[in-house]
Design a protein around this ligand. Structure first.
Ligand SMILES: Cc1cc2nc3c(=O)[nH]c(=O)nc-3n(C[C@H](O)[C@H](O)[C@H](O)COP(=O)(O)OP(=O)(O)OC[C@H]3O[C@@H](n4cnc5c(N)ncnc54)[C@H](O)[C@@H]3O)c2cc1C
Length: 330
């Protein structure tokens, strides 16, 4: 007779053996996007084997990088012209082919434009509910996510046979990029070219600054800046910190800066060490994207601005005076 402890141990090791996660890597046919490391971290928290799928037109650099990542057992590589532009119509049948061969219990990707584009399509083809942008893993079937623009935290238990999940990168520390020795294998072959969509072109904002979602310091500007030219004040300050520059939706809508700088519910979610909000009122949709930052500094001339409720340090001042002064003092 087994004691109940021994039985529990056996049961949990049986479950552990059965669990296996597929992480869909994100890369640009050159470098691996860092959010893949945060997503692998979430996969490790679920437990079980971690396999990473690298699909693209040039997979060498990303698949080699992934193979070295701590905790990755296997890398499936699918290099094919069909994946030009990473369209979900082409990537989905590949994920389904990998799923039907390996029978993963979990399929994960980062909650980026790429992950949010591909995974709900995969979930619908598997006839399961997608689970969006988790911030924590409680167990193999129980996950935590935010709702109502980050104003409530929801814990959900999924009864689906396959859990299809996007992961909020800022809530999972990245796994070490070295120390692993995953086996590189070919992903299941197939005719993945889509008749439904074709990638035509892209326009990328060129910047020498750190990428917003992984920056340690972010200086963010809102409607209070009054023009795109005035953002120069923020760039000068950002140079002192080696910081990234972000913006509110009002600043984007007014055409001051491109929309890939937008932080918030409908923009990027960030959680840097230091977030400096300049001329931003602090609408809930903006706070949804930055309130997990370690230290928040607000510069606003309105002492009643809601941003001061989340700020650790607040300065009630005219930004056109305060920001150049700050830049000069640093
Ligand atoms: C569905 C939905 C989704 C949304 N998603 C987002 C999102 O992802 N991100 C986002 O940011 N917003 C989002 N919004 C918009 C959001 O509701 C606000 O309208 C927006 O965040 C306001 O931007 P702001 O703070 O720059 O502008 P305002 O609210 O106009 O605030 C400007 C601030 O600048 C201050 N100011 C003005 N002049 C000076 C000066 N000289 N010195 C110092 N301070 C000054 C003012 O006191 C004011 O507080 C969304 C809205 C909806 C409805």
């Amino acid at each position: 007779m087994f004691s109940s402890n021994a039985r529990n141990l056996m049961r949990s090791s049986l479950i552990n053996r059965c669990k296996s996660t597929l992480v869909v890597a994100e890369h640009n046919n050159g470098a691996l996007n860092p959010i893949t490391l945060n997503t692998i971290s979430a996969a490790k928290k679920i437990g079980g084997d971690v396999t990473v799928l690298v699909a693209g037109t040039k997979c060498g650099p990303a698949s080699e990088a992934v193979a070295k990542v701590e905790g990755v057992a296997k890398v499936l590589v699918a290099e094919n012209a069909a994946f030009n532009g990473f369209t979900p119509e082409a990537i989905t049948p590949l994920v389904l082919a990998a799923q039907s061969q390996f029978k993963f219990t979990h399929i994960l990707a980062g909650a980026t434009a790429f992950g949010k584009n591909v995974l709900p399509r995969v979930a619908s083809k598997l006839d399961v509910s997608p689970i969006s942008e988790i911030i924590d893993v409680k167990s193999e079937d129980t996950f935590v996510r935010t709702i109502y623009a980050g104003n409530a935290i929801l814990t959900l238990r999924s009864k689906d046979p396959v859990k299809v999940i996007t992961v909020r990168g800022t809530n999972f520390a990245p796994v070490a990029a070295t120390g692993g020795s995953g086996a590189i294998e070919q992903a299941p072959a197939g005719d993945y070219a889509s008749q439904l969509s074709e990638f035509v072109s892209q326009e990328l904002t060129k910047s020498d600054r750190p990428e917003l979602t992984s920056a340690k310091v972010i200086i963010s500007g809102g409607r209070g800046l009054k023009s795109g030219d005035n953002f120069k004040l923020l760039y000068d300050l950002a140079d002192k910190f080696g910081a990234a520059v972000g913006a509110s939706r009002a600043a984007v809508d007014a055409g001051y800066v491109p929309n890939d700088l937008q932080i918030g519910q409908t923009g990027k979610i960030v959680a840097p060490e230091l977030y400096i909000a300049v001329g931003i009122s602090g609408a809930i949709q903006h706070l949804a994207g930055m309130k997990d930052s370690k230290t928040i500094v607000a510069i606003n001339k309105d002492p009643e601005a809601p941003i001061f409720q989340v700020a650790d340090i607040g300065l009630v001042a005219d930004l056109f005076k305060a920001v150049p002064e700050l830049t000069e003092k640093l």
